[in-house]
Write a protein that binds this ligand. Structure first.
Ligand SMILES: C[S@@+](CC[C@H](N)C(=O)[O-])C[C@H]1O[C@@H](n2cnc3c(N)ncnc32)[C@H](O)[C@@H]1O
Length: 257
């Protein structure tokens, strides 16, 4: 996609992100799962956005450092922190070297975060940084959809659709605005280019680009292996339901070799 920079999605979606994701509460078991993995330590959420998960996790006693490469997302997060143990940092997760404090016991990227990293080199670089930064016995937790064409994507208030090639789907249909997802899948490159089109009566049309570099679960494991991480647990959801070939997404836990 031309003229796409890696924080285009965050910067442009921040204005309507909370509204579009209203009601997308943590899944049953999600906060407890993350709290277990963090133990008594600190968690880092990469691609923290406006704190949809970081804030409830902190309310359950886990200090969270949230990293996002969109300054506007971090500004919106900071406005909600109050006295919770949450720190918002502007930075690119695939190159972020400066995180204050003790090594984290948990690093997590949810809601398909890993796919937003701009290609295999950035994804591998991110995994290598995680390998280097994690506390001994710490965990990396990733949540991502399984790329099966023409299937419904499990996440979000209005589930999306993973197309074989080109598609237009309705993401949000509200009384005062509509969000359409206009997308093109390039299976030969494992790239899904995506534009959200935001239509509001009387307002200029907004378009919000995202490019997803998706992987099959076994490709995740191979890349993690290259970075010195190994798969420790895999589920099809935060309730620890077993992962199998029919699972539309995975929640995977990686630890240091
Ligand atoms: C789909 S939103 C998810 C936000 C939040 N985790 C949630 O579940 O609601 C993805 C977030 O990742 C951020 N992001 C995208 N690329 C990033 C990168 N390379 N480093 C850090 N954050 C990034 C975007 O700005 C956006 O806030």
């Amino acid at each position: 996609m031309n003229n796409f920079v890696s924080n285009s999605y965050g910067e442009k979606s921040s204005e309507y992100y909370d509204k579009a994701h209203a009601g997308f509460d943590p899944y049953p078991g999600q906060i407890e799962f993350l709290r277990d993995k963090a133990g008594a330590g600190v968690a880092i959420e990469v691609g923290v956005g406006t704190g949809r998960i970081a804030l409830p996790l902190a309310r359950h006693g886990v200090p969270v450092i949230g990293i996002d490469n969109s300054p506007r997302m971090i500004e919106l997060l900071r406005a909600k922190i109050g006295d919770l143990p949450v720190t918002g940092i502007i930075g690119d997760a695939s190159i972020c070297e400066t995180v204050p404090g003790k090594p984290p016991t948990l690093i997590f990227g949810i809601f398909n975060f890993f796919y937003i990293l701009p290609g295999r080199d950035a994804q591998l670089n991110f995994l290598k940084i995680v390998r280097e930064k994690l506390a001994p016995f710490g965990s990396l937790v990733l949540e991502a959809f399984v790329p099966k064409v023409e299937t419904i994507l499990p996440d979000g208030p209005n589930p999306g659709f993973f197309p074989k090639d080109r598609a237009v789907t309705v993401k949000t249909l509200d009384a005062d605005h509509i969000i359409l997802a206009v997308s093109q899948n390039y299976p030969e490159r494992s790239v899904w280019e995506y534009q959200e089109v935001v239509l509001r009566s009387g307002s200029p049309v907004e378009i919000v680009p995202a490019t997803l570099h998706y992987l099959r679960p076994e490709e995740f494991d191979a890349l993690a292996g290259e970075a010195g991480l190994k798969l420790a647990e895999r589920y099809s959801g935060w309730d620890r339901s077993p992962f199998d070939e029919s699972s539309p997404k995975h929640v995977s836990v990686y630890t240091v070799h």
